[in-house]
Design a protein around this ligand. Structure first.
Ligand code: SAH
Ligand code: SF4
Ligand code: F3S
Length: 497
């Protein structure tokens, strides 16, 4: 279970770390070992604080998916405990990029911003820069960084992120040099390390790591390693602690949650895990991400149908509507089996929003294949869909397939799919106009101070006049007007629990 660090217990946890004897032997237990290094790093940060005459700042920038966002919370939890001030600006003493490499544009953004950081570092030579996350698991990236980005101080990957305190210590003891530690894989899951939460009322929780599916376009299995599930006891204990700390909504995270538990000593299905999570008193909403269509069981559909807490939103990535392309992608389902599955869900749970991911421009994809994809979009009536242009990832099977599609053709196909997706989801989202629904209030509206922004169970955003004290609460809101992909509403009752 993770140790959540918040305003109330930060001093207490810090005091415990302060007591660790850093001159004693390095503990053998991995968790204790990392706390030992936190104690050592604290001394380095204290020295830096004296030198600067203020607490040093640290900015963690996250690229990519929810999994990375969660990892960043782990980094921030540790950084706070060792004495950094967490800041938003990259013009500070320590900047960490937690990178993504799922598509090439994610990589390019990192290189672009590193150029900026180099300028900042010239003005502030004691500044430190660290890179971690999925991109670092690619040998070609490391080579490039070693050659042309010597100003980076620390580089580590996804498998050894639990060693962050130890790595920070090496960075401090390596006097401005470049510290690199990348592992090829790991079977370890280290529990009980500190975590910070971005939101007090909602949280992501890893239930599994890695992926075994090897979709032929995808780099994730290479950079996140093999599938491994956390034990249900650890997950439940963590959620209970979160709920006790004010969390009402959780999102269970994994690349393919439907295959959760298969490799545990005592195998458990994802539906069984959900049933146990549902029992946790005080927890109001359960979300999960991502469901692979090939493993979505009837057991899970029935459970979702009767659940009071599982949100009315299912992300069911299609990738392509063409059976031929799906086969080349190694997705293990066909257009027909996907449509059947979606129809079953629509029938058993009519208010379930279904969202999806679509890739346009996979090698060998023709106009006919795109028409198949558009046909699925029309038939399923997605509530939301993320459309991506295929990105060739070195080392994946698709990268060396014949028939790479020219950019101008991809662009034309992409626009066709996007147009259809928007047309369909606009209609789907509108259907709730006039109804009164429960909304979890998340934040003050960025554009208009008088408005609060909340989320419906089906993931649609609602803006309504309200005050900040509503943040983190479930309220009933009447959906007055649908404006494209969100609603304007008005609160109709006081808090709803
Ligand atoms: N595990 C999840 C997806 C994780 S990656 C799943 O299987 O659904 C998130 C999305 O990125 C994928 O659903 C896919 O649509 C997209 N994606 C992955 N690799 C890609 C690539 N090489 N080019 C373009 N999009 C890609
Ligand atoms: Fe990538 Fe496929 Fe695994 Fe999703 S299931 S992470 S798309 S390999
Ligand atoms: Fe990107 Fe890694 Fe997530 S490649 S999408 S951050 S698992």
């Amino acid at each position: 279970m993770a140790i959540y660090v918040n305003k109330e217990n930060a001093d207490e946890v810090s005091a415990l770390i302060e007591k660790i004897d850093i001159y004693g032997p390095v503990p053998a237990n991995e968790t204790e070992r990392q706390y030992y290094y936190m104690a050592k790093v604290r001394r380095h940060v204290e020295a830096l604080t004296k030198e600067l005459g203020r607490k040093p700042g640290c900015c963690v920038v996250t690229f990519g998916c929810q999994m990375n966002a969660r990892d960043s919370e782990k980094l921030v939890g540790i950084l706070q405990l060792v004495g950094y001030d967490i800041v938003e600006t990259e013009q500070t003493d320590f900047v960490i990029y937690n990178t993504c490499t799922v598509r090439d544009n994610a990589n390019q953004r990192v290189y672009g911003r590193l150029g900026e950081l180099k300028r900042y570092k010239r003005q502030n030579p004691q500044m430190k820069i660290a890179l971690c996350g999925c991109m670092m698991q690619e040998p070609a990236v490391i080579e490039k960084l070693q050659k042309s980005y010597r100003f980076v101080n620390l580089i580590f990957g996804t498998h050894n992120i639990f060693k962050f305190p130890e790595l920070l210590n090496s960075m401090f003891e390596n006097n401005g040099g470049m510290t690199i530690d990348i592992w090829k894989d790991t079977d370890q899951i280290v529990e009980d390390l500190p975590v910070e939460r971005k939101y007090p009322f909602k949280s992501g929780i890893n239930i599994m790591f890695g992926c075994n599916n090897f979709c032929t376009y995808c780099i994730v299995p290479y950079v996140r390693g093999r599938e491994r599930s956390r034990r249900p006891e650890d997950i439940i204990a963590e959620i209970e602690a979160l709920v006790a700390d004010g969390v009402v909504e959780i999102m269970l995270l994994g690349q393919n949650v439907n295959s959760y538990g298969k490799n545990l000593e005592h195998p458990v299905t994802f539906a069984q895990l959900l049933e146990r999570v549902e029992q946790i008193e005080g927890l109001k909403r359960i979300r999960f991400m991502t469901s692979h269509p090939k493993d979505l069981s009837d057991e899970l559909i029935d459970l979702m149908a009767k659940s009071k807490k599982i949100c009315r939103h299912l992300h069911l990535p299609l990738q392509s509507g063409s059976t031929r392309i799906l086969k080349a992608m190694n997705r293990v389902y066909t257009k027909e089996s996907y449509l059947e599955l979606a129809a079953k869900i629509r029938e058993k749970i009519p208010d379930m929003a279904i969202s999806t991911d679509i890739i346009v421009g996979f090698p060998g994809e023709t106009f006919e294949d795109i028409l198949e994809t558009i046909d699925v979009v029309e038939k399923v009536q997605y509530d939301n869909a993320f459309t991506f242009i295929y990105s060739r990832r070195t080392g994946t099977p698709a990268a060396s397939m014949a028939g790479q599609v020219p950019d101008d053709v991809v662009k034309k196909h992409f626009d066709l799919v996007l147009q259809k997706v928007q047309e369909v989801s606009r209609e789907r989202i509108r259907q709730y106009e006039g109804q009164t629904v429960e909304v979890l209030v998340e934040e003050k509206n960025g554009q208009d101070e008088r408005l609060m922004t909340g989320r419906m169970s089906n993931n649609t955003l609602v803006h309504f006049p309200g005050t900040e004290d509503l943040i983190g609460k479930l309220v009933m809101v009447r959906l007055v007007r649908c404006l494209g992909f969100y609603y304007m509403g008005e609160q109709v009752a006081k808090e709803n629990g």
